[in-house]
Design a protein around this ligand. Structure first.
Ligand code: NAP
Ligand code: FE
Length: 369
């Protein structure tokens, strides 16, 4: 059997009403920074609920995290955490605030700016403890050691075992307020984590089981929540599947599909999960093509089991309202060189179960146009 490592230090607390119990999951700290987005956690009442549940503590709120958070936002939050002698960072929101919270917790205990650490060349001491509370069902960031920060027009992943959250509080009620488009986009992100983790060269027998379970649940539940956002049971199962996807990529990372999706977001503003969804058929088609590599047979078996679950995955994605032609997003032939440049050299390609050449990336985008 293949060698592997298993490390999941996050305490996972799942269930309706769990946010209100947060005080019982806290380490002994007084001063807490809450990192959140600009509006949804206020509109939905999630931030008020958190404030009430932590009324015994001294709370600082940093509510300026934008989608696909940039360097400046992280550095701004860092200023507060350093100045106010914070003991714990809570991320409340989608992947964007949760990832920003991780980086801010890191910088609380380390000097410099986030850009010094993103390249992986600066060592970091243990960050402040982190608690993550997702309000989307998509990134699984609440259980991973990964964070994604946008530097200009390039999304950069950062991974460090120190930023594994101490506690993840998954309260499905917090996802009820997502409108249909965000529900679908984030749900498809969760799906791609499970699919990519399943195909990654770092996959293990354990992660495969988790990935397949998450893929099956998403196939059943995502169309239901897309149709009826009030269906709390389906919302719960999607939040569960998204968390499973996070556990998977905490072991396997993501492969070529996530790398291909990033330029759609940075150059065209396509939301993260939607960008990945648009490229699922094209990435799978590339991986299905035989070039005589040694991984070919086991890889095909895995792709066949995905196909068995979905039937036509292209149709599944289209039925959710996500076009799988890049021209539908305004992308043209002229964009391909800069897209290829963005993908080339990404670490995702190292764990993709097939050799990827620069011209392969170009061809995938061309076919997808
Ligand atoms: P997001 O960027 O956090 O949020 C997208 C939008 O959804 C925002 O407008 C947000 O509003 C809104 N929203 C969030 N929760 C809501 C709710 N319950 N009701 C209504 N609106 C809500 O989206 P995301 O897809 O969850 O996160 C994407 C980010 O995570 C990307 O940067 C991506 O690269 C990263 N990511 C990280 C990992 C990882 O392992 N760490 C994995 C995959 C992706 P507000 O801004 O007002 O809150
Ligand atoms: Fe993702």
């Amino acid at each position: 059997m293949k060698k592997f490592e298993y490390f999941s230090p996050t305490r996972i607390v799942f269930g309706e009403g769990k946010l209100q119990e947060i005080a019982s999951f806290l380490p002994p700290v007084e001063r807490i920074l809450v990192v959140t987005g600009r509006s949804s956690s206020k509109k939905s009442g999630a931030l008020d609920l958190l404030k009430t549940s932590l009324k015994e503590k001294t709370l600082f709120i940093f509510d300026e995290v934008e989608e696909n958070p940039g360097l400046e936002t992280v550095n701004k939050g860092t200023h507060i955490v350093r100045k106010e002698k914070i003991g714990l960072v809570i991320g409340l929101g989608g992947g964007s605030p949760m990832d920003a919270a991780k980086c801010i917790a890191l910088l609380a205990k380390n000097d410099g700016l986030i850009e010094d650490y993103l390249g992986g060349d600066k060592d970091a001491y243990s960050p402040l403890p982190i608690i993550e509370i997702p309000t989307t069902a998509g990134t699984g960031s609440e259980v991973t050691q990964h964070a994604v920060i946008t530097m200009g027009s390039h999304k950069k992943g950062y991974s460090n075992q120190g930023i594994f959250p101490k506690v993840a509080i998954l309260d499905p009620k917090l996802t009820l307020s997502m409108p249909q488009d965000i529900t679908v986009n984030t749900g498809v992100d969760a799906l791609t984590h499970s699919i990519e983790g399943y195909l990654s060269i770092l996959a293990t027998p354990e992660s495969d089981n988790v990935a397949v379970e998450a893929i099956r649940i998403t196939k059943e539940e995502l169309p239901k929540v897309a149709q009826d956002g009030e269906n709390l049971e389906a919302r719960s199962r999607m939040l569960y599947a998204s968390m499973l996807g996070g556990l998977v990529i905490s072991r396997t990372r993501t492969i070529i599909l996530h790398a291909l999706g990033y330029p759609l977001t940075t150059f065209y503003g396509v939301p993260h999960g939607r960008a990945n969804g648009a490229l699922i058929p094209w990435a799978l088609e590339f991986l299905s093509r035989d070039v005589g590599g040694q991984n070919f047979e086991p890889l095909q078996e895995k792709i066949s089991s995905i196909v068995k679950i979905f039937g036509d995955i292209n149709e599944f994605i289209n039925n959710l309202g996500i076009p799988t032609r890049l021209s539908d997003y305004g992308i043209t032939q002229n964009d391909i060189p800069r897209f290829v440049k963005d993908v080339w050299g990404r670490r995702n390609l190292e764990v993709t179960p097939k050799e990827v050449k620069q011209e392969d990336i170009e061809n995938i985008y061309k076919r997808a146009l």
